[in-house]
Design a protein around this ligand. Sequence first.
Ligand SMILES: NC(=O)c1ccc[n+]([C@@H]2O[C@H](COP(=O)([O-])OP(=O)(O)OC[C@H]3O[C@@H](n4cnc5c(N)ncnc54)[C@H](O)[C@@H]3O)[C@@H](O)[C@H]2O)c1
Length: 357
Amino acid sequence: MPIPTIHVGCTHFAHGRLQAQINSKGLNPIACVDINLPAAREAVAGLEGDVPDYLTDRIYTTITEAKEKHDAQACLIYASTTVHAKLIVESLNLGMHTLCVKPIATTQAEFQDIIRAHKANPGLMLVQGQNKRWNPAAAKMREWLREEGGIGEMLAGECRFWIRQNLYTGPDSRQPDAYVDGLFFHAGTSHQLDQLVAAKGLPKYVTAHVHNRRDPELGQIEAWGTAGGNALMEYANGAPFSYAGTRAAHTAPFGWSGHWTFHGEDGDLRRDAGHLQLFRLGKTIEDVSLQDLHAGLIEDDRLQFDAFAQAIANGTDQDWMQDTTLGTWILMEACNESARTHEKVDVEAFAKTMLDE
Ligand SMILES: NC(=O)c1ccc[n+]([C@@H]2O[C@H](COP(=O)([O-])OP(=O)(O)OC[C@H]3O[C@@H](n4cnc5c(N)ncnc54)[C@H](O)[C@@H]3O)[C@@H](O)[C@H]2O)c1
């Protein structure tokens, strides 16, 4: 039985996520929420495939009203970034498993509000939506990092992310990433380093810096920490991992999945988007080209939603999905903390503070 869900946010990027829910087998949207009702009705009418007949008549302006009228078990939040935290708290307090697209919070205080609401509702899953860890290329990298037959113990690694992203969405409109501080790590880097956290967990320490680039053509104007950043992580076994990323580059050679190399006890790994190679003792052991991100990311989210449904229904990878996606938020905020204070951050201690432990 698919899990009945409330879907929040119906237009723009959020519209593709509603389509992904329609395409998924595990979730069934039984109501939608959007503050812009006319635009939401038009967006819902434009969905394709097996769309429930009732959906256009079940669009509400608040999660509370939708839940009063329809008994949903889960809530998926794809509204604008600046309202995520309060919508997550509302959803959890209404008793629903909640998945909200990254970044679930834009400040430490917001994150702690979410954690308090989650602790008050301990049986519910809380997931930060990270759609780029689910495709076959990302899954292969994770396999080589975690399982037998891969690189063995990680000794060192690096990731480079380099794109040119315009933060203007229209003549007078910009993505929150253009005016909310600290959203490079949370909304740029999280797409790559979530895959590191998914495979290797959190590092012990991080030292990070943000870039000072201003490019008015791209909407990179006044916010702190929105254009790019570098970070040096240290894992508990002493392995360093370095990251260099920008979304205000002059060109876009690596794409959203980035370029990766890992050096391990038993092998080395190289990845450029969907192209992955595993080397051992001077030989190429595997050289594969796999599906990386789909255009529009709808299939990536369909995979994520089906995994969320399995986690709720059978407990499959429930702790991993919840802990590592919340861990990604904590690591991104630890990068911001280090860049603001010019200090090395003890990630384990920082995580305890964020998780109120
Ligand atoms: N994971 C990714 O790859 C990726 C890519 C793009 C965007 N995003 C994120 O997805 C989210 C949605 O992006 P978007 O471009 O569709 O944003 P958007 O600002 O266009 O908002 C989407 C919808 O949410 C509605 N909305 C706003 N506030 C609301 C509220 N309080 N309650 C209910 N509905 C509300 C809007 O009316 C709109 O229809 C953002 O947080 C964005 O950062 C993620």
